[in-house]
Design a protein around this ligand. Structure first.
Ligand code: URA
Length: 266
Protein backbone atom coordinates (compact mmCIF):
# COMPACT_ATOMS: atom_id res chain seq x y z
CA UNK A 1 0.00 0.00 0.00
CA UNK A 2 1.52 3.31 -1.01
CA UNK A 3 1.64 5.76 1.82
CA UNK A 4 -1.91 6.47 3.03
CA UNK A 5 -1.48 9.30 5.48
CA UNK A 6 -4.13 8.70 8.15
CA UNK A 7 -6.22 5.98 9.77
CA UNK A 8 -9.41 6.99 7.90
CA UNK A 9 -7.43 6.75 4.62
CA UNK A 10 -6.17 3.31 5.56
CA UNK A 11 -9.69 2.14 6.45
CA UNK A 12 -11.16 3.56 3.23
CA UNK A 13 -8.34 1.90 1.30
CA UNK A 14 -9.23 -1.53 2.71
CA UNK A 15 -12.95 -0.85 2.25
CA UNK A 16 -12.42 -0.05 -1.43
CA UNK A 17 -10.51 -3.29 -1.81
CA UNK A 18 -13.61 -5.10 -0.56
CA UNK A 19 -12.72 -5.87 3.07
CA UNK A 20 -15.83 -5.73 5.24
CA UNK A 21 -14.11 -6.24 8.59
CA UNK A 22 -10.67 -5.88 10.05
CA UNK A 23 -9.94 -7.90 13.14
CA UNK A 24 -7.45 -7.00 15.82
CA UNK A 25 -5.39 -9.88 17.27
CA UNK A 26 -6.92 -11.27 20.47
CA UNK A 27 -5.87 -9.22 23.49
CA UNK A 28 -3.15 -10.65 25.73
CA UNK A 29 -3.02 -9.66 29.36
CA UNK A 30 0.17 -7.80 30.27
CA UNK A 31 1.01 -10.43 32.94
CA UNK A 32 0.82 -13.25 30.38
CA UNK A 33 2.88 -11.23 27.96
CA UNK A 34 5.51 -10.61 30.63
CA UNK A 35 5.74 -14.32 31.39
CA UNK A 36 6.61 -14.78 27.73
CA UNK A 37 3.71 -17.14 26.98
CA UNK A 38 2.73 -17.37 23.39
CA UNK A 39 -0.24 -15.21 22.39
CA UNK A 40 -3.54 -16.97 21.72
CA UNK A 41 -4.14 -17.25 18.01
CA UNK A 42 -6.42 -14.61 16.50
CA UNK A 43 -9.84 -16.08 15.63
CA UNK A 44 -10.30 -17.22 12.08
CA UNK A 45 -11.74 -14.35 10.01
CA UNK A 46 -15.48 -14.89 9.59
CA UNK A 47 -16.43 -14.69 5.96
CA UNK A 48 -19.85 -13.47 5.06
CA UNK A 49 -22.08 -16.08 3.48
CA UNK A 50 -22.83 -15.24 -0.15
CA UNK A 51 -26.31 -13.94 -0.82
CA UNK A 52 -28.86 -16.44 -2.10
CA UNK A 53 -28.96 -16.10 -5.87
CA UNK A 54 -30.57 -17.75 -8.84
CA UNK A 55 -27.88 -20.33 -9.59
CA UNK A 56 -26.37 -19.70 -12.99
CA UNK A 57 -27.12 -23.26 -14.08
CA UNK A 58 -30.85 -22.74 -13.34
CA UNK A 59 -31.11 -19.49 -15.18
CA UNK A 60 -32.01 -19.25 -18.83
CA UNK A 61 -32.19 -15.92 -20.69
CA UNK A 62 -35.86 -15.28 -21.19
CA UNK A 63 -36.85 -16.59 -17.75
CA UNK A 64 -39.74 -14.36 -16.75
CA UNK A 65 -38.44 -12.43 -13.76
CA UNK A 66 -40.70 -9.53 -14.56
CA UNK A 67 -44.29 -10.55 -14.80
CA UNK A 68 -44.52 -7.88 -17.47
CA UNK A 69 -45.13 -10.18 -20.41
CA UNK A 70 -43.48 -10.45 -23.77
CA UNK A 71 -44.47 -6.99 -25.04
CA UNK A 72 -42.67 -5.24 -22.21
CA UNK A 73 -39.77 -7.67 -22.54
CA UNK A 74 -39.00 -6.29 -25.98
CA UNK A 75 -38.89 -2.75 -24.64
CA UNK A 76 -36.16 -2.34 -22.00
CA UNK A 77 -37.38 1.15 -21.07
CA UNK A 78 -40.84 -0.25 -20.28
CA UNK A 79 -39.27 -3.09 -18.31
CA UNK A 80 -37.17 -0.63 -16.30
CA UNK A 81 -40.33 1.39 -15.67
CA UNK A 82 -42.09 -1.71 -14.36
CA UNK A 83 -39.16 -2.56 -12.08
CA UNK A 84 -39.11 1.00 -10.71
CA UNK A 85 -42.86 0.82 -10.17
CA UNK A 86 -42.44 -2.45 -8.26
CA UNK A 87 -39.76 -0.85 -6.11
CA UNK A 88 -42.12 2.01 -5.26
CA UNK A 89 -41.28 4.06 -2.17
CA UNK A 90 -39.31 1.09 -0.91
CA UNK A 91 -39.06 0.31 2.81
CA UNK A 92 -37.73 -3.23 2.42
CA UNK A 93 -34.53 -2.51 4.39
CA UNK A 94 -33.31 0.02 6.94
CA UNK A 95 -31.47 2.09 4.34
CA UNK A 96 -34.76 3.78 3.44
CA UNK A 97 -34.76 5.54 6.82
CA UNK A 98 -31.93 7.90 5.95
CA UNK A 99 -32.55 8.49 2.27
CA UNK A 100 -33.78 11.63 0.55
CA UNK A 101 -34.27 10.08 -2.89
CA UNK A 102 -34.13 6.58 -4.31
CA UNK A 103 -31.35 6.39 -6.89
CA UNK A 104 -32.71 3.87 -9.37
CA UNK A 105 -30.30 4.33 -12.27
CA UNK A 106 -29.88 6.50 -15.33
CA UNK A 107 -28.83 6.36 -18.95
CA UNK A 108 -29.78 4.50 -22.08
CA UNK A 109 -32.21 1.63 -21.47
CA UNK A 110 -30.88 0.01 -24.65
CA UNK A 111 -27.25 0.46 -23.60
CA UNK A 112 -24.70 -2.10 -24.72
CA UNK A 113 -22.69 -1.36 -21.58
CA UNK A 114 -23.85 -1.01 -17.97
CA UNK A 115 -21.73 0.30 -15.08
CA UNK A 116 -22.65 -0.96 -11.61
CA UNK A 117 -21.50 0.87 -8.48
CA UNK A 118 -22.02 0.17 -4.81
CA UNK A 119 -24.60 2.66 -3.58
CA UNK A 120 -25.47 6.36 -3.66
CA UNK A 121 -23.44 8.98 -1.80
CA UNK A 122 -24.65 12.34 -0.53
CA UNK A 123 -24.87 14.06 -3.93
CA UNK A 124 -26.66 11.13 -5.51
CA UNK A 125 -29.08 10.95 -2.58
CA UNK A 126 -29.89 14.66 -3.00
CA UNK A 127 -30.36 14.48 -6.78
CA UNK A 128 -31.79 10.99 -7.19
CA UNK A 129 -29.18 10.22 -9.86
CA UNK A 130 -26.21 7.83 -9.77
CA UNK A 131 -22.60 8.95 -9.91
CA UNK A 132 -23.07 12.72 -9.93
CA UNK A 133 -20.64 13.59 -7.09
CA UNK A 134 -16.83 13.67 -7.26
CA UNK A 135 -16.51 9.97 -8.00
CA UNK A 136 -19.23 10.34 -10.61
CA UNK A 137 -17.44 13.21 -12.31
CA UNK A 138 -14.34 11.04 -12.51
CA UNK A 139 -16.40 8.18 -13.95
CA UNK A 140 -17.90 10.52 -16.56
CA UNK A 141 -14.42 11.73 -17.55
CA UNK A 142 -13.11 8.18 -17.67
CA UNK A 143 -15.91 7.07 -19.99
CA UNK A 144 -15.90 10.14 -22.24
CA UNK A 145 -12.14 10.62 -22.47
CA UNK A 146 -11.20 6.95 -22.83
CA UNK A 147 -13.83 6.43 -25.52
CA UNK A 148 -12.67 9.55 -27.39
CA UNK A 149 -9.01 8.54 -27.05
CA UNK A 150 -9.77 5.09 -28.45
CA UNK A 151 -11.80 6.43 -31.36
CA UNK A 152 -15.09 5.07 -29.96
CA UNK A 153 -17.95 7.51 -30.39
CA UNK A 154 -19.90 7.10 -27.16
CA UNK A 155 -20.45 9.33 -24.16
CA UNK A 156 -21.81 8.73 -20.67
CA UNK A 157 -25.40 9.19 -21.91
CA UNK A 158 -25.01 6.14 -24.15
CA UNK A 159 -24.35 3.71 -21.29
CA UNK A 160 -26.56 2.83 -18.32
CA UNK A 161 -25.35 3.46 -14.76
CA UNK A 162 -26.80 2.08 -11.55
CA UNK A 163 -25.86 0.71 -8.13
CA UNK A 164 -26.37 -2.44 -6.10
CA UNK A 165 -28.31 -0.56 -3.41
CA UNK A 166 -30.59 2.30 -4.34
CA UNK A 167 -30.60 4.20 -1.03
CA UNK A 168 -27.60 5.91 0.53
CA UNK A 169 -25.93 3.93 3.32
CA UNK A 170 -25.45 6.20 6.35
CA UNK A 171 -22.07 7.89 6.51
CA UNK A 172 -21.17 6.33 3.16
CA UNK A 173 -20.49 2.98 4.79
CA UNK A 174 -20.47 -0.11 2.59
CA UNK A 175 -23.89 -1.72 2.23
CA UNK A 176 -24.39 -4.83 4.37
CA UNK A 177 -24.73 -8.22 2.63
CA UNK A 178 -28.41 -8.39 3.71
CA UNK A 179 -29.08 -4.92 2.26
CA UNK A 180 -27.41 -5.93 -1.01
CA UNK A 181 -29.42 -9.14 -1.12
CA UNK A 182 -32.70 -7.27 -0.56
CA UNK A 183 -32.04 -4.43 -2.98
CA UNK A 184 -29.95 -6.48 -5.40
CA UNK A 185 -33.07 -8.23 -6.73
CA UNK A 186 -33.88 -4.93 -8.46
CA UNK A 187 -30.37 -4.65 -9.88
CA UNK A 188 -30.67 -8.23 -11.17
CA UNK A 189 -33.93 -7.29 -12.89
CA UNK A 190 -32.45 -4.08 -14.34
CA UNK A 191 -29.54 -6.00 -15.85
CA UNK A 192 -31.82 -8.67 -17.20
CA UNK A 193 -34.10 -6.01 -18.72
CA UNK A 194 -31.22 -4.28 -20.49
CA UNK A 195 -29.22 -7.45 -21.27
CA UNK A 196 -26.16 -5.36 -22.23
CA UNK A 197 -23.25 -6.80 -24.17
CA UNK A 198 -21.04 -6.28 -21.10
CA UNK A 199 -21.17 -5.04 -17.52
CA UNK A 200 -18.40 -3.07 -15.81
CA UNK A 201 -18.60 -3.53 -12.05
CA UNK A 202 -16.97 -0.82 -9.96
CA UNK A 203 -15.21 -1.80 -6.75
CA UNK A 204 -14.98 -4.79 -4.47
CA UNK A 205 -18.33 -4.44 -2.72
CA UNK A 206 -20.41 -4.37 -5.91
CA UNK A 207 -18.26 -7.16 -7.39
CA UNK A 208 -18.89 -9.33 -4.32
CA UNK A 209 -22.63 -9.02 -4.83
CA UNK A 210 -22.77 -9.31 -8.59
CA UNK A 211 -20.25 -12.11 -8.97
CA UNK A 212 -21.04 -13.92 -5.74
CA UNK A 213 -17.33 -14.07 -4.97
CA UNK A 214 -15.16 -13.69 -1.90
CA UNK A 215 -12.17 -12.59 -3.93
CA UNK A 216 -11.00 -9.01 -3.53
CA UNK A 217 -11.06 -6.53 -6.39
CA UNK A 218 -7.27 -6.48 -6.71
CA UNK A 219 -7.38 -10.21 -7.52
CA UNK A 220 -10.18 -10.17 -10.08
CA UNK A 221 -9.89 -6.75 -11.75
CA UNK A 222 -9.00 -6.83 -15.40
CA UNK A 223 -10.26 -10.40 -15.85
CA UNK A 224 -13.55 -11.21 -17.54
CA UNK A 225 -16.18 -12.78 -15.29
CA UNK A 226 -19.75 -13.88 -15.98
CA UNK A 227 -23.17 -12.78 -14.82
CA UNK A 228 -25.93 -14.97 -16.24
CA UNK A 229 -24.18 -15.22 -19.57
CA UNK A 230 -23.14 -11.55 -19.77
CA UNK A 231 -19.38 -10.80 -19.61
CA UNK A 232 -18.46 -8.70 -16.58
CA UNK A 233 -15.30 -6.66 -16.20
CA UNK A 234 -14.48 -5.83 -12.57
CA UNK A 235 -12.39 -2.72 -11.98
CA UNK A 236 -11.62 -0.26 -9.22
CA UNK A 237 -14.27 2.10 -7.87
CA UNK A 238 -13.70 5.72 -8.96
CA UNK A 239 -13.67 6.91 -5.33
CA UNK A 240 -10.69 4.60 -4.76
CA UNK A 241 -9.01 6.16 -7.78
CA UNK A 242 -9.53 9.66 -6.38
CA UNK A 243 -7.05 8.95 -3.60
CA UNK A 244 -3.73 10.63 -4.23
CA UNK A 245 -1.60 7.51 -3.60
CA UNK A 246 -3.27 5.61 -6.35
CA UNK A 247 -1.39 6.12 -9.63
CA UNK A 248 -1.01 2.43 -10.45
CA UNK A 249 -4.72 1.84 -9.73
CA UNK A 250 -5.64 4.60 -12.17
CA UNK A 251 -3.48 3.06 -14.88
CA UNK A 252 -5.03 -0.36 -14.29
CA UNK A 253 -8.60 1.00 -14.30
CA UNK A 254 -7.87 2.78 -17.56
CA UNK A 255 -6.61 -0.50 -19.08
CA UNK A 256 -9.73 -2.30 -17.85
CA UNK A 257 -12.01 0.34 -19.31
CA UNK A 258 -10.26 0.26 -22.67
CA UNK A 259 -10.71 -3.51 -22.75
CA UNK A 260 -14.46 -3.20 -22.04
CA UNK A 261 -15.02 -0.40 -24.56
CA UNK A 262 -13.27 -2.27 -27.36
CA UNK A 263 -15.11 -5.49 -26.57
CA UNK A 264 -18.49 -3.75 -26.63
CA UNK A 265 -18.13 -1.20 -29.41
CA UNK A 266 -15.54 -2.52 -31.90
N1 URA B 1 -20.48 5.68 -5.44
C1 URA B 1 -21.26 4.66 -5.89
O1 URA B 1 -20.93 3.49 -5.73
N2 URA B 1 -22.37 4.99 -6.54
C2 URA B 1 -22.76 6.24 -6.78
O2 URA B 1 -23.80 6.43 -7.37
C3 URA B 1 -21.94 7.26 -6.29
C4 URA B 1 -20.81 6.97 -5.62
Amino acid sequence: MADPSSLPDVLRFYRDLGFTEIRAPAAVSPSKARKGRSQPAAPEPKLTEPAERIPVWNYRPGTDLFGAGETARQDPAAMLGKIQEDMGECTRCALHEGRSKIVFGSGNAKAKLVFVGEGPGADEDAQGLPFVGRAGQLLTQMINNTAAGEGISIQREDVYICNVVKCRPPGNRAPEPEEMKTCGQFLDRQLDAIRPKAICVLGGTAAKYLLDTRQGITKIRGQWQDWRGIPVMPTYHPSFLLRAYNKEGKRQAWEDLKMVLHYVYD
